[in-house]
Design a protein around this ligand. Structure first.
Ligand SMILES: C[S@@+](CC[C@H](N)C(=O)[O-])C[C@H]1O[C@@H](n2cnc3c(N)ncnc32)[C@H](O)[C@@H]1O
Length: 707
C-alpha cells in the first residue's frame, strides 16, 4: 500500500497555499510500502533484537562458545519475522531511561542511568581528556563463531542501543593529513577516484610503517600474534579450517596500565612484508563518517574554549588540554588498527557503530542486542550522503571544490551499505578477501531475481540521474554568472544546502528555508516551473520525473511479492540513493517533501542506526518538520487535532515525531546523553552549517572579485 502522495508546498512564511497536486505530478513521489499512512515505522521500524542478523546471520547463543573453544553448532533460532515490540527509537527517551541499560548488581536502576548519562554527557562537556583517557571494555567477549567467520565479539548480557562496547586505543593510526605524499598524489591529475585510492594506499603503508617502528607490551604483542591476515590466493590459512585454528585472543580488558613497558618488537610472523600487509588489510578499520566524530570534536572544543575563558576570568592560566584535539576541528580520514575492535566481524546491517575521537575508537551497540548475539560493525561506508562532509567542508574552507574533497575521501570504496548485494560483496571480496554472509546478504540473496535485477538497474540509473542533476546545477550556476537568470540561479544555490554542495547527496532543510524565504509569491507561475527548454529547471524536472518513474516501478514490483521484513528492508535500502537524488533535485527547485526526509532517515537508520548518515537525515527530517510547522502556523494557525486532554496543531505532532526519531539516533550513537546536550549538539550543527554557507558565499565573492 502506498501513502497518498502529498504535494510539496513552497515554504515561505505567509505564502499562499500551493496549488493542488495533479495526480500525475511526479514531484510527489510514491513512497515505499513500508511508509503507509499507518506510518508507525518512521519512528519504530522494528528490527529483531540484535538487528537483522539476529535471526539469520548470527549463531544462536548455543552455537557460540563464550569461553573461546569451538562448540557444537546448535539449532538455528528462527526469527519471529514480525516486528519486535518497541523497536528502535522506542527504548531511548531523552534523559536515558535505558530500560535495557547497564545494571550493576545491587545498584538502583535510576543511579545507573544517571551514571550512564553523566558518562555520555562528559564526552561533550568535559574540556579535558576525561572520557578519552581511559580505555574501557563493555559487556562483551570474544567467541568462536560458526560459518567460517572465525572469532567474533558477542554480548555477554543483553545490551541496549547506545551502550558502550569498547573505548580503545590503537596500535597504529593514520589520517589524511599524516600522509602528505599520499595527499599530494590524491590531488594530482584531478581524478577523484584515483586520488582517493592513492590516499588510501598511503595510509595503509603508513599503518605498516607505524607497526614496524613501534614497541609492544606483552599483551599488545599477544594481540598482534592473534590477528588474522587476508586469505592467501591459494585459499589457505583462512576460511572454515583456518578459523578453527586461530589462536585464542588475549583477555578483553582495559587493563593496559598493568601491561608494563612496551619493549617488544613486532612479532616475527608479521615481519614478513606480505604478512604484515595482509594483516593490516584484514584488520584495519575506517570508523564511521570518514572523519573524527564531528559532534564530539566541536563540542569538546567549545567546552575547552569555555573552560579557558573561565580560567582567564579567574586569572589562573590553567591548561585546558584542548590542544590534544587539534585546534581546527575534526581530523579527516582516520584508518587504524585497534586490536580489540579487530575481533568485530562485518555486517551489511550492523548492530554497532564505531567512531573515533582523538585516537580513541568508541564502539557502541546501535540496536538492542540479546545476550549471546554477535556484535557486528560495517567495513563499508554507509553511503547516505553524509560521508565526506567534514572533508568537503575543510576543502571548501581551504578554497577547494567541496565535491572533489568528498570524492578524494571516498575513492577507496566503490560500494556502500546502500549498494545492491553484488556491489557490496564484490567490494568486500576485493578489499578484504571474504564473501560476506551476513543476515542482510542472505535475505537479499533470497529475493526474487527480477526484483534484484530492478534494484541493480535503479542503482545504475541513480548514478546517471545524479550526474544529470550535477550538470543541471552547473547550468544554473552558469546562468547566474551570465546574469541571464540570476534570481533562479541564486535560488538554486540557496536551495542546495551546504551538505549537498559539498558533494553529499542530501539537500538540507536550511537551504530550502532560505530559498522559500527569498522566493517572491508572484514568481510562482506554472510556466516558470520548468523554464525554457534546455534550462536548468527543465533538466531538474526531468531528473525528478525519471526518479519518480523508477520509484513507481519499485513500488509495483514490491507490491507483487510477499517479502519478509528483512527482505523488505534490504530492497528498500537499495532505493535510498535514488531518494537522496530526488530530495536534492526537489530542493534545487525550492520544493520540500517532508515524508521523503523521514523515509530516508528511517531507511538509513534501518541499515546503519547511529551512523553519521542516520543522524544527518534525522536532523534534516526534524528541521523540515519544524519549517513545515512554522509555515502552517503562518498560513492558518495550523490544523488542530484533539489529544493530550486538549487540542494541538497537527504539525507540532510531526515535529515531535521527527524529534523523537532524531534523539533516538543520537542516543544510539552517543549513549544516553541528556536533553540539554542533545539540544546543544543540534544547535551547534545548525551554526556550523550556517557558518560554512557564509564561508562558501564569501569564498565565491572573493573568487568573483579576483576574476
Ligand atoms: C577484522 S577480522 C574479524 C575477526 C575474525 N573473524 C577473526 O577471527 O579474527 C576480519 C575477518 O573476519 C572474517 N569476516 C568478517 N566479517 C565477515 C562476514 N560478514 N562474512 C564472512 N567472513 C567475515 C573474514 O575472514 C575477515 O577477513
Amino acid at each position: 500500500m502506498r501513502m497518498a502522495a502529498s504535494c510539496s508546498p513552497h515554504l515561505r512564511p505567509g505564502a499562499r497555499p500551493s496549488p493542488p497536486c495533479p495526480a500525475q505530478h511526479l514531484a510527489c513521489p510514491p513512497l515505499p510500502p513500508l511508509h503507509t499512512p499507518r506510518g508507525a515505522c518512521l519512528v519504530a521500524h522494528a528490527t529483531p533484537a540484535g538487528g537483522p542478523d539476529g535471526p539469520a546471520g548470527v549463531p544462536p547463543a548455543a552455537a557460540v562458545d563464550p569461553t573461546g573453544s569451538a562448540g557444537a553448532p546448535g539449532p538455528r533460532r528462527q526469527g519471529k519475522g514480525g516486528a519486535a515490540k518497541g523497536g528502535r527509537g522506542s527504548g531511548f527517551g531523552a534523559g536515558g531511561r535505558g530500560a535495557g541499560g547497564p545494571r550493576a548488581r545491587g545498584a538502583a536502576p535510576s543511579e545507573i542511568s544517571a551514571a550512564a548519562q553523566a558518562e555520555a554527557n562528559a564526552l561533550f562537556t568535559d574540556p579535558g581528556p576525561g572520557p578519552l583517557a581511559t580505555p574501557r571494555v563493555g559487556s562483551v567477549q570474544v567467541a568462536n563463531l560458526e560459518g567460517g567467520r572465525g572469532r567474533g565479539l558477542v554480548a555477554s548480557r543483553a545490551l541496549a542501543a547506545g551502550e558502550l562496547v569498547l573505548a580503545v586505543r590503537p596500535l597504529a593510526l593514520a589520517w589524511d593529513d599524516s600522509v602528505g605524499a599520499g595527499a599530494e598524489g590524491a590531488d594530482a591529475g584531478g581524478d577523484a577516484a584515483a586520488g582517493g585510492q592513492a590516499l588510501a594506499d598511503a595510509k595503509f603503508l603508513e599503518l605498516q610503517r607505524q607497526l614496524l617502528a613501534r614497541r609492544y607490551t606483552t599483551r599488545e604483542a599477544a594481540w598482534m600474534q592473534t590477528l588474522v591476515g587476508l586469505p592467501s590466493p591459494e585459499g589457505e590459512g583462512e576460511g572454515a579450517q583456518g578459523a578453527a585454528a586461530r589462536p585464542q585472543a588475549p583477555e578483553l580488558s582495559a587493563g593496559a596500565a598493568a601491561d608494563g613497558e612496551p619493549s617488544l618488537p613486532l612479532p616475527d610472523r608479521l615481519r614478513d612484508p606480505d604478512a604484515l600487509a595482509d594483516c593490516v588489510q584484514a584488520n584495519a578499520l575506517e570508523p564511521d563518517g570518514g572523519a573524527e566524530d564531528e559532534d564530539a570534536v566541536w563540542a569538546r572544543l567549545a567546552a575547552a574554549a569555555g573552560a579557558e575563558a573561565e580560567a582567564e576570568v579567574a586569572e589562573s592560566g590553567s591548561d585546558t588540554s584542548a590542544g590534544a584535539l587539534g585546534p581546527s576541528g575534526p581530523r579527516l580520514g582516520p584508518v587504524g588498527l585497534w586490536p580489540e575492535a579487530a575481533m568485530l566481524n562485518h555486517s551489511c546491517s550492523p548492530n554497532t557503530v564505531a567512531y573515533v575521537i582523538g585516537d580513541t575508537l568508541f564502539v557502541r551497540a546501535s540496536r538492542k542486542v540479546s545476550r549471546g548475539s554477535e556484535l557486528t560493525v560495517s567495513y563499508l561506508p554507509v553511503g547516505g550522503g553524509a560521508e565526506g562532509n567534514a572533508a568537503a567542508a575543510a576543502a571548501a574552507a581551504a578554497g577547494e571544490d567541496g565535491e572533489e574533497g568528498a570524492g578524494a575521501g571516498e575513492g577507496a570504496w566503490e560500494a556502500t551499505l546502500l549498494s545492491p548485494l553484488e556491489a557490496r560483496r564484490a567490494a568486500l571480496e576485493d578489499a578484504r578477501g571474504f564473501v560476506c554472509r551476513c543476515g542482510r546478504c542472505q535475505a537479499e540473496e533470497a529475493l526474487d531475481p527480477k526484483l534484484r535485477a530492478l534494484m541493480a538497474d535503479i542503482s545504475s540509473a541513480t548514478a546517471a540521474l545524479r550526474e544529470d542533476l550535477e550538470n543541471a546545477m552547473s547550468l544554473a550556476d552558469a546562468d547566474g554568472s551570465d546574469g541571464d537568470d540570476e534570481d533562479e540561479a541564486e535560488e538554486a544555490g540557496a536551495a542546495q544546502s551546504a551538505p549537498q554542495r559539498r558533494g553529499g547527496a542530501a539537500g538540507g532543510a536550511k537551504g530550502r528555508r532560505q530559498a522559500a524565504t527569498d522566493e517572491d509569491p508572484e514568481d510562482e507561475g506554472e510556466g516558470e516551473e520548468d523554464g525554457e527548454p534546455g534550462s536548468w529547471r527543465q533538466a531538474v524536472s526531468s531528473v525528478i520525473s525519471r526518479a519518480g518513474l523508477y520509484l513507481e516501478l519499485m513500488d509495483a514490483a514490491m507490491a507483487k511479492l510477499r517479502l519478509t521484513p528483512a527482505q523488505q528492508e534490504t530492497a528498500q535500502s537499495a532505493v535510498v540513493p535514488l531518494y537522496t537524488v530526488l530530495w536534492s533535485a526537489m530542493g534545487a527547485k525550492g520544493e520540500i517533501e517532508p515524508r521523503l526526509a523521514e523515509v530516508v532517515a528511517a531507511l538509513v537508520g534501518g541499515v546503519a542506526p547511529g551512523s553519521a548518515d542516520h543522524l544527518f537525515w534525522t536532523v534534516v527530517a526534524r528541521e523540515t518538520a519544524e519549517i513545515l510547522a512554522a509555515e502552517e502556523e503562518a498560513l492558518e494557525g495550523g490544523a488542530m487535532v484533539r489529544g493530550g486532554g486538549g487540542f494541538r496543531r497537527r504539525e507540532d505532532d510531526r515535529v515531535l515525531i521527527a524529534d523523537k526519531a532524531c534523539s533516538a539516533a543520537f542516543a544510539a550513537r552517543y549513549g544516553p546523553i541528556s536533553r540539554q546536550v542533545y539540544r546543544s549538539l543540534l544547535a551547534a550543527r545548525r551554526d556550523r552549517e550556517e557558518f560554512e554557507e557564509e564561508e562558501g558565499e564569501e569564498g565565491e565573492a572573493v573568487e568573483a572579485l579576483q576574476a
